[in-house]
Write a protein that binds this ligand. Structure first.
Ligand code: PLP
Length: 404
């Protein structure tokens, strides 16, 4: 049975105060909090196993290597990848995307096209723009509508034989919209193109089955799913990862080095140059264990409850407008108060101990579409409560009174 009060005991930070008020943490879409099971893993690693991996014959190095590779297997099992060498450890989503974009530099030609969606995080826009500059390929955009959904009929129109790659996030970090990735993947494949799904915002709520989805690339960051910052993953189908050239040169990614020629190591090491975030990778595995012990269905149904409650309560406030009203969304509410700048609302909420995000949420094209400077974004997690939402609603009312 899911008892939120028990869950909250796993998160030491949730009992701290901010500005003399109990912390209400509603910035989960930016980064999630860390349970003690993950913190303990980090302490345990540095207390007992710290060593460089894949190199030494000594015991510590072998133990650290085993833990790191076990984490890779946990991640493989969780996302249901076919092979563990299809899981590449990276520093996070941004790094993963850049790795793929860089790899396609040598594949794309001038007449090729790539497609992104209007709902992307900047980290899923800028690397592709840079790729287009390097290769001369053309970037096309799937437009969005007022509800904050992708206009799929437009996707069908811009997709063609020229399309080589499609990039879409599973869930928009700014609005919470869940995109119909099954359809997008199938349709993309009909045209022989590859598709990358950015799972950074969906993986805390939805457990994907990468083989069933038949997706070519999937990327995410550990810190969005109760793990540490500075570590994440790239999943790529074996055939694609074999085709892409390495991203960075260095130790650990080579088979043989002479000054005439270097041959690259097998997957996954080809893409893992240098000493990785060993502890981070192991803690990423611990975070996945933690989330699975609660269960993703339990998490999703609890969070949907919070979303419905918060949406209803916030909409009772006169002049409050919610951006992103799709029926398919995760527990994210982006909103503004009429004639009040989101930053001012955020500052007042902070004084009340409430952490929300204000601004463009690294998704400026969405803000341009709505013709607003930004929004206040409250994003919920399974460790939040309805009582905290009441605190938010009262805080927003207070902000409205003070600012209008
Ligand atoms: C957070 C986020 C990113 C960026 O992740 P980093 O860990 O900063 O690299 C990319 N895409 C989406 C949808 C996100 O939510």
């Amino acid at each position: 049975m899911f008892k939120v009060e028990d869950i909250r005991k796993d998160f030491p930070i949730l009992s701290r105060k901010v500005n003399d008020k109990p912390l209400v943490y509603f910035d989960n879409a930016a980064t999630s909090q860390t349970p003690k099971q993950v913190i303990d893993t980090i302490v345990d690693y540095y207390s007992n196993y710290n060593a460089n991996i894949h190199r030494g014959v000594h015991t510590l190095s072998q133990e650290a290597t085993d833990l790191y590779e076990q984490a890779r297997h946990k991640i493989q099992a969780h996302f249901n990848a076919k092979f563990s060498h299809e899981i590449i450890f990276t520093s996070g989503t941004t790094h993963s995307i850049n790795l793929v974009a860089n790899g396609f530099s040598s594949i794309l030609k001038k007449e090729d096209e790539i497609i992104v969606s209007a709902l992307e995080h900047h980290s899923n826009i800028v690397p592709w723009q840079m790729l287009c500059e390097r290769t001369g390929a053309t970037l096309k955009v799937i437009p969005m509508n007022q509800e904050g959904e992708l206009v799929i009929s437009e996707f069908d129109k811009i997709l063609s034989e020229k399309t080589k790659l499609v990039f879409v996030n599973h869930v928009s970090n700014a609005l919470g919209t869940i995109n119909p990735i099954e359809y997008l993947i199938e349709k993309t494949h009909q045209f022989g193109a590859a598709i990358l799904i950015d799972g950074a915002q969906s993986c805390p709520h939805i457990k994907p089955d990468l083989q069933a989805l038949n997706v070519d690339f999937y990327v995410t960051s550990a810190h969005k799913i109760c793990g540490p910052t500075g570590v994440g993953m790239l999943y790529g189908k074996e055939e694609w990862l074999k085709k892409l050239p390495p991203y960075q040169g260095g130790g650990e990614m080579i088979a043989e080095v002479t000054f005439e020629k270097t041959t690259y190591a097998d997957l996954p090491h080809k893409f893992e140059a240098g000493t990785p975030n060993i502890c981070g990778g192991i803690a990423f595995g611990a975070a996945i264990d933690y989330m699975n012990a609660i269960g993703f269905n339990t998490i999703a149904s609890y969070e949907n409850d919070l979303l419905e409650y918060a949406t209803n309560e916030l909409l009772k406030i006169d002049g409050l407008k919610i951006y992103g009203t799709s029926k398919h969304k995760t527990a994210v509410i982006s909103f503004n108060l009429e004639n009040i700048h989101p930053y001012d609302v955020g500052s007042i909420l902070d004084k009340l101990g409430i952490a929300v995000r204000t601004g463009h949420h690294c998704a400026q094209p969405i803000m341009d579409y709505y013709k607003i400077p930004g929004t206040v974004r409250a994003s919920f997690s399974f460790y939040n409560t309805k009582a905290e939402i009441d605190t938010l609603v009262n805080g927003v009312k207070k902000a409205k009174m003070m600012l209008s």
